[in-house]
Write a new protein. Sequence first.
Length: 244
Amino acid sequence: MLPPKVNILICRDAQSVSREAADRFVCASIKAVAEHGAFYVAIPGGSSPKGMFDLLASPDCASLVPWSKTHVFFTDERYVPHNHPDSNYKLANDMLLSKVPIPMDNVHRFRTELPLEEAAKDYERTLRDTIGGDIAFDLEILGIGTDTHTASLFPNSPALDEQTRAAVPNYAADKDSWRLTLTIPALCSAQQVVIIAMGKDKAPALRDAINTDLDIHVHPIQAIRPWSGRLLWLIDAEAASLLS
């Protein structure tokens, strides 16, 4: 069953989902800067945020975000060079970050040029040094995979049991590749979490995540239960087609 205080917004199509996500990014940035002088946001990779990135880079949206006080983090990263086609950082940089006036010191990527374990520890230090010991993001955007993974937390993977660290390496067995990912405690620290799901191929995962009993080892997305209670699913009609 759903965690408490969860909202689901079903949008007409993928473009509408991206527009809603971009609007929430803008609003959260303005609110956070007004309240405590900075905006800490964690963004995902994959296909889910592409439409949001494109809209945020447009003049209408970009002019509203206080970029000089915005700090961008990544929910996860593939263990590849930062200029590799598969890099989550490269995707965000190409589509958004290179097109807006954000100081590059405010863009916090996983340093995949480091050894795997060191890269995870380095990212946790960056998080704590920048945000503070509690690592409370103002906004976190997540996607959901067809296997119900989120960030790089895959079904039955060791990282699902991590309770103390904020970032760890995690092996994606079905993809035969290493990832770096934020852990469940770090992901659940956000003041507001938005999960994006679009398309018919996500419908079974969405049904399983929402309509089945809680088991984070089978459906990792179910572990995202932010302490603030503010969780919003932004989904299109196709992704929602199997919900009861």
